[in-house]
Write a protein that binds this ligand. Structure first.
Ligand code: HEM
Length: 113
């Protein structure tokens, strides 16, 4: 980790999740952290509970790899899937920007298969 990164960030974790394991971290248990995955990388978004907890606007992303929805600028549950097939260049670029956003803001817990 470079010294330019945020002081509140932990070293990257290397925990390997299945999709079912990741789904446990959807905010429905207030004692558990909330995780969101982007392009297979799992981020701890717990510090933004106000956006990701049940009833909040982005809860649809919680406990999932939401890559397709981020690429499409969608909050539809059916788009919150890891499938990146058939995306346009522009949609892939949008997704890549979101990946960079999450990498900057959140700690990495691991990866999802
Ligand atoms: C009317 C439409 C929308 C409005 C007004 C809106 C507004 C916002 C605002 C104000 C934030 C910053 C919240 C904060 O930092 O406290 C935000 C973050 C975000 N928005 Fe939206 N948004 C809209 C649509 C969407 C859509 C369609 C998506 C789907 C990809 C999306 C994805 C996100 C994500 C991923 C974040 C970052 C959350 C985080 O910080 O972890 N937004 N939005």
């Amino acid at each position: 980790m470079s010294s330019e990164e945020r002081a509140d960030k932990l070293p990257d974790g290397d925990r390997a999740f299945t999709a079912v394991e990741l789904s446990q971290f959807d905010g429905s248990n207030p004692e558990n952290p909330i995780y969101v995955a982007v392009k297979g990388v799992v981020f701890d978004v717990s510090k933004s509970r106000a956006m990701y907890a049940p009833g909040c606007g982005y809860n649809v992303f919680a406990g999932r790899d939401a890559s397709r929805a981020l690429a499409l600028s969608s909050v539809k549950v059916e788009d919150c899937i890891p499938d990146r097939s058939g995306l346009s260049e522009e949609q892939q670029a949008t997704l890549d920007k979101w990946e960079q956003f999450y990498r900057k803001k959140y700690n990495i817990i691991g990866t999802v298969a």
